[in-house]
Write a protein that binds this ligand. Structure first.
Ligand SMILES: [Zn+2]
Ligand SMILES: [Zn+2]
Ligand SMILES: [Zn+2]
Length: 167
């Protein structure tokens, strides 16, 4: 596993590769779990992966309808549940939106860098952060089941744009 892919969202890259990898990984994971990546589920996953900007459920509904899929809320929520359960996407609580997981199938805690300007999200995967939180929680006698860390800031691209703006 190379370390650089963690910051891919914030550096210029061929995003079609992200989408292709995500779909291939999803197919592999579904096969492993004996579940099916139905056209509806795949469409939702592709829409979420259309960029590194998390997508909300309502936007997904509209885009699905435009594509001629069943855009009924229960269908979309079921597809989202499926993708969440299989670790293919994450929910960004503070944005009430979904983003594709870059390490599907690997057990990991969710640590996200969220750019306040372009809303793009990059996933950190630092197991040491997760275990330090578990240790701290344990010192309070608390058993942590899940943890999501959402870190706000400015991505490298937006920082560059800022510095180019006339003052
Ligand atoms: Zn990408
Ligand atoms: Zn992930
Ligand atoms: Zn940004």
């Amino acid at each position: 596993m190379s370390h650089s892919r963690d910051t891919d969202a914030f550096s210029p890259h061929d995003h079609r590769r992200c989408i292709r990898t995500a779909i291939a990984e999803a197919e592999r994971i579904c096969l492993e779990h004996n579940s099916r990546l139905t056209p509806q589920r795949q469409a939702v996953l592709e829409l979420i992966w259309s960029s590194h900007k998390p997508v909300g459920a309502y936007a997904l509904l509209e885009q699905l309808r435009e594509l001629g899929h069943n855009g009924q809320p229960p269908t979309v929520y079921r597809a989202l549940d499926f993708l969440l359960q299989h670790g293919l996407i994450h929910r960004i609580e503070s944005l009430n939106a979904y983003t594709g997981c870059r390490h599907p199938g690997e057990h990991h805690t969710g640590q996200f860098l969220i750019c306040s300007q372009c809303q793009q999200v990059a996933e950190l995967d630092d197991p040491s952060l997760g275990s330090r939180i578990e240790d701290s929680a344990a010192r309070h006698g608390f058993v942590a089941d899940s943890q999501v860390i959402e870190i706000r800031g400015t991505c490298p691209q937006c920082q560059q744009q800022d510095s180019h703006e006339p003052r």
